[in-house]
Design a protein around this ligand. Structure first.
Ligand code: SPV
Ligand code: MG
Length: 537
């Protein structure tokens, strides 16, 4: 049902209805969620929320913009407090059509002179509009509406301005005859007498709306017995918000701490809920290109490193700086470039030397005894997950395209193998890899699978060197985690294993590990001589 129709029915129904003030998109949503079947777009509250007075200081189009947010954010009808209609009959015509365009169900106009002042400020001194002029405005509004269910509520300020019952009745009747869908009778006294007297004479000519701000202690049963159609709680959401904001601001100023108030405040998550983030995320799934979830990286950097002399007195080799940049930072940055943002470094020797900001650290307490898998186990919590996982060494630096290609691999597990072990160094231990098919066709796209990684493989029998990088898809990360858990449960002292041992074991157990071939474009920093290679890298 249209909002206009619903509001009209609320006015015309025999039961007493309530609507509640709101002053922006957020408060409108809060009012709707509380269960109100309608919203009062209060002139006082909207102007106050803008930081201006209820004296038409905000232009009518500025009010309209607020109304648009309120209307877009809710499904219940809104009755706008349209003050005097912001001018004469012609302004009223334009107002009505603009409100209809923005999904506002109804407008209330009051018989004062533009620019008005709030009814509770020197009410008696405020002039009332000429009855005929005001009736012309009502007629103009009714003629301007294109939806026959749009409602115009005519508000008389006769009691506010001190004119009394007779004038109130005269005006109400004239407005009703001019076509108003309901009459709002406003009163500023602390008792319900004006309303009771008015209703005694009015009968049921047309629906009556009241605003019991001042006579708030009148029991609701009185309104029912009088046959009031609609009660407006006109400013109470704004007032409660003001108090809450004042309290919080004062507390923060005084205590310089969130400690005593944080738990009492709505969470940031609650803000997101009110903003409708869930709906956004559903559409995001439908319309945004499927983006990989930012994955996880684990860099194993527990060892001190033996070939660096005094350089590793106070830091592990991964933190030795070349041109002001720790070795490991190259890997961290390459991971980040591949959208791997959740990076964990497994530390061991001198963990306090790591100072890389937004990465996480876990310490392998047994780093002096364990093998690389011991370090991997220290980051066990980071292994299984939704996005990709990259496991690498803190002392291996690869160009970012190497990582990017690796992360994009769709195979559950993928390793990078240099098909021609670099000659630039004299290493004691090379992680030789056997790969099938054996014939290495340059870097052609062939489905190469790992057979084994082992420094003991005869160089002539190897198809290349594993460069120390392993990537897993979400599925692959679960396979890796399961393998590790089973090995731990089997009590085979897997913590002492090297990564090549783990990879070879997985392949032997039937897990497929894909191979991406590269040549060069990576460095393994094992000793001081390698640092000069890094300098040139
Ligand atoms: C408003 O809420 O802006 C009203 C009601 O017009 S009152 O403030 O009581 O005049
Ligand atoms: Mg008002």
């Amino acid at each position: 049902m249209k909002k206009t129709t619903r509001f009209k029915q609320m006015l015309q129904s025999k039961q007493l209805e309530f609507i509640c003030e709101a002053h922006n998109g957020l408060s409108a949503k809060i009012v709707e969620e509380a269960g109100f079947r309608g919203i009062w777009g209060s002139g006082l509250s909207i102007s106050a929320a803008m930081g201006v007075r209820d004296n038409n200081e905000a232009s009518w189009t500025q009010v309209l913009e607020v109304l648009e947010f309120m209307s877009d954010n809710t499904s219940v009808p809104i009755l706008l407090d349209g003050d005097t209609g912001y001018g004469n009959f012609n302004n009223m015509r334009r107002l009505v059509s603009k409100l209809e365009q923005r999904g506002v169900a109804a407008v209330c106009i009051e018989d004062k002179i533009f620019p008005k002042t709030n009814s509770f400020i020197k009410g008696e001194s405020q002039p009332l509009a000429e009855i005929e002029e005001f009736c012309g405005k009502i007629k103009a509004g009714k003629d301007a509406q294109s939806d026959s269910d749009f409602s115009i509520v005519a508000r008389t300020e006769a009691f506010i301005a001190g004119w009394g019952l007779e004038e109130a009745l005269k005006r109400a009747n004239a407005y009703y005859e001019a076509g108003a869908d309901a009459i709002l009778v406003h009163s500023k006294i602390a008792k319900p007498d004006d309303i009771i007297n008015f209703m005694g004479e009015w009968g049921d000519r047309c629906p009556i709306v009241i605003v019991p701000t001042m006579y708030y202690d009148t029991p609701t049963t009185v309104w029912r017995e009088l046959g009031i159609s609609l009660v407006i709680w006109a400013n109470h959401i704004l007032r409660s918000g003001i108090r809450a904001m004042q309290d919080t601001a004062a507390h923060l100023m005084e205590h310089e701490s969130l400690l005593h108030i944080e738990k009492k405040l709505p969470t940031v998550k609650e803000i997101f809920r009110l903003q409708g983030m869930e709906e956004y995320q559903q559409w995001e799934k439908a319309y945004l290109p499927k983006k990989r979830q930012g994955g996880r990286g684990i860099l194993l950097a527990a060892s001190k490193g033996n070939g660096f002399g005094r350089l590793t007195d106070d830091k592990p080799k991964a933190m030795i700086e070349v041109e002001g940049q720790p070795i490991i930072l190259g890997s961290v940055n390459a991971l980040r470039k591949s959208d791997i943002r959740d990076i964990t470094i497994v530390t061991g020797y001198k963990p306090e030397a790591f100072n890389l900001g937004t990465v996480k650290y876990v310490q392998n307490e047994g780093w002096e005894q364990t093998g690389e898998v011991g370090s991997l186990l220290a980051a066990r919590d980071k292994i299984a997950g939704e996005g990709e996982l990259v496991v690498g060494y803190g002392d291996v630096v690869a160009r970012s395209f190497v990582l990017k290609n690796l992360v994009e691999s769709t195979a559950p597990l993928t390793v990078v193998v240099d098909y021609q072990a670099p000659h630039h160094k004299t290493r004691t231990s090379i992680d030789w890899a056997r790969v099938t098919p054996e014939r290495v066709e340059g870097i052609k796209k062939i489905d190469y699978k790992l057979v084994k990684v082992d420094p003991q493989i005869e160089p002539a029998a190897a198809q290349g060197e594993w460069i120390g990088l392993l990537a897993c898809t979400g599925e692959g990360s679960k396979i890796l985690a399961k393998t590790l858990d089973e090995l731990v449960a089997a009590d085979v002292n897997v913590a002492n294993w090297s990564m090549p041992q783990l990879l070879s074991h997985m392949v032997e157990s039937g897990v497929e590990v894909a191979v991406q071939y590269i040549h060069d474009n990576w460095l393994d920093i094992d000793d001081i001589a390698d640092l000069s290679d890094l300098y040139k890298f």
